[in-house]
Design a protein around this ligand. Structure first.
Ligand SMILES: CC(C)(COP(=O)(O)OP(=O)(O)OC[C@H]1O[C@@H](n2cnc3c(N)ncnc32)[C@H](O)[C@@H]1OP(=O)(O)O)[C@@H](O)C(=O)NCCC(=O)NCCS
Length: 214
């Protein structure tokens, strides 16, 4: 029988760093993602996300996450795509690192977002998984700009960005989680990127490049 990754090439991609494996989340990974999110990502009432997806009733979290994963897959095309990577360390699901782009062929720009279960925060994994995606974006997709944003108080997220060579592109006032927030826009280019001292291992790039017309 034809492998699902032949039909849907994102499922064939694997990025490997010294400690982590990143793969687009498949249906069989959703329960691990929900368990990791339910175990806690941030203090209650202090969502760092633009959309308060973690602050729903526990019995709604899983279905909402599944709906989001399916929605992102269903909306993925060369013109507009979102790759949602699960992040594993020694077989344990730690969190998610996503990367999206619109009109990539013209803009060569990607945007990223991420979260880790609380027990995996502060150990350098956030930096390692973001570095993996930026290496993939610059060296394989030939992107020339990667963007991110974070609330002004989100020191770990801004810390990952600073330590990888992101620079400020200003701030804006936005309604995040239904509240007025100051959001930092930050960006990195191949010139400012502080490359890690390890090499990213990539499997399954060619079919994905063909599928998304990179
Ligand atoms: C944001 C997040 C992914 C960062 O990952 P992490 O593994 O906790 O961060 P790391 O341990 O990789 O830290 C990376 C850098 O930030 C710095 N940093 C981490 N926490 C920090 C803090 N509280 N204050 C200042 N710097 C901090 C680290 O020192 C490190 O810099 P260095 O390499 O120069 O030493 C993770 O904390 C998380 O999931 N937070 C909750 C969800 C979230 O905020 N997502 C982002 C929404 S925009």
């Amino acid at each position: 029988m034809t492998a699902l990754s032949t039909i849907w090439p994102p499922f064939g991609l694997t990025l490997t760093t010294p400690r982590l494996e990143l793969r687009p989340i498949r249906d069989e990974d959703i329960a691990s993602a929900v368990e990791a999110a339910a175990s806690g990502i941030h203090e209650p009432g202090r969502s760092p996300f633009s959309n308060p997806w973690t602050e729903v009733r526990p019995d709604e979290l899983g279905a909402n996450m599944a709906r989001w994963y399916w929605q992102c897959r269903a909306g993925t095309s060369p013109e507009s795509w979102m790759l949602l990577f699960g992040v594993w360390h020694e077989g344990q699901f730690l969190g998610c690192q996503d990367m999206e782009a619109k009109d990539f062929a013209t803009l060569k720009t990607v945007s990223t977002g991420s979260w880790l279960r609380s027990s995996a925060q502060g150990l350098g994994f956030g930096k390692e998984m973001r570095a993996a995606l930026i290496l993939y974006a610059f060296d394989y997709l030939k992107a020339d700009l990667a963007r991110s944003e974070a609330l002004d108080w989100n020191a770990p997220s801004l810390g990952v960005s600073r330590s990888l060579g992101y620079e400020s592109n200003g701030t804006s006032r936005q309604a995040w989680s239904g509240t007025r927030r100051i959001v930092h826009q930050i960006q990195v280019t191949p010139e400012t990127f502080k490359r890690p001292d390890w090499t990213l291992k990539v499997q399954g790039h060619e079919p994905l490049a063909h599928f998304l017309k990179f």
